[in-house]
Design a protein around this ligand. Structure first.
Ligand SMILES: CC(C)(COP(=O)(O)OP(=O)(O)OC[C@H]1O[C@@H](n2cnc3c(N)ncnc32)[C@H](O)[C@@H]1OP(=O)(O)O)[C@@H](O)C(=O)NCCC(=O)NCCS
Length: 184
């Protein structure tokens, strides 16, 4: 399985590349999770509409954006995991993830993130993944740790969130450190 193709996690969920036909399902997942996502994801505001989901999926991008589904043919979105280039010369990418409110705390984020990172490492497209997390975002920090990422420091006032500016923990994940039990 390579980047750009559907990927199966160790838990049996599937990651499929984000595409315009998924807009309604993406909007439904975000809309059902607004309270849980809004403190940490600046794009999840009261102004997030079906058109926002359509625009996001129509955007041409270098990112590896995937949506999470419970099975290969399921159409209900469980969350998303993406890799965004931050430094293409040095092949450093940034990982992002969110999970629908009603299916959080089941290990979904770590399985999905590990699956995408593993595919990116295997394709030799990515040599190092950074994860930037507000210091108060305990669930996301747990996900970074579970993946095998190491905290490398705290960046002062690095993130602008709805509640204001926040310090952010920066994690680094190298191919060899990716948690064995999460590798597909
Ligand atoms: C962060 C997020 C993606 C995690 O998704 P998930 O599928 O629930 O993640 P996992 O089940 O793999 O792991 C969650 C971990 O957080 C822990 N956790 C959950 N809620 C918690 C809380 N309120 N306080 C402390 N820990 C918490 C869980 O116990 C688990 O850790 P454990 O392995 O030590 O038990 C999800 O909470 C989310 O979508 N948050 C909003 C968006 C966001 O913050 N994205 C990341 C931005 S950097």
């Amino acid at each position: 399985m390579g980047l750009g193709e559907p990927l199966r996690t160790v838990g049996g969920e599937w990651l499929r590349p984000a595409e315009p036909s998924q807009a309604a399902a993406l909007y439904a997942a975000v809309d059902a999770s607004r309270e849980a996502l809004a403190p940490w994801l600046p794009w999840c505001t009261a102004r997030y509409t079906p058109a926002s989901a359509e625009a996001f999926l129509a955007e041409a991008t270098l990112e590896h954006r995937t949506l999470i589904f419970s099975s290969h043919d399921s159409t209900a979105v469980l969350g998303a995991v993406s890799l965004m280039p931050v430094d293409r010369y040095d092949e450093v990418w940034k990982l992002g993830y969110w999970v629908r409110a009603d299916v959080q705390r089941r290990g979904l984020a770590r399985r999905a993130a590990a699956t995408l990172c593993q595919a990116a490492f295997a394709a030799s497209a990515v040599q190092r993944v950074s994860i930037l997390v507000a210091v108060g975002n305990a669930p996301s920090r747990r996900v970074a740790q579970a993946l095998g990422a190491q905290q490398e420091g705290v960046l002062k006032s690095r993130l602008l969130l709805p509640s204001g500016r926040h310090d952010a923990a920066i994690y680094g994940l190298m191919p060899e450190a990716l948690a064995e039990d999460l590798r597909p």
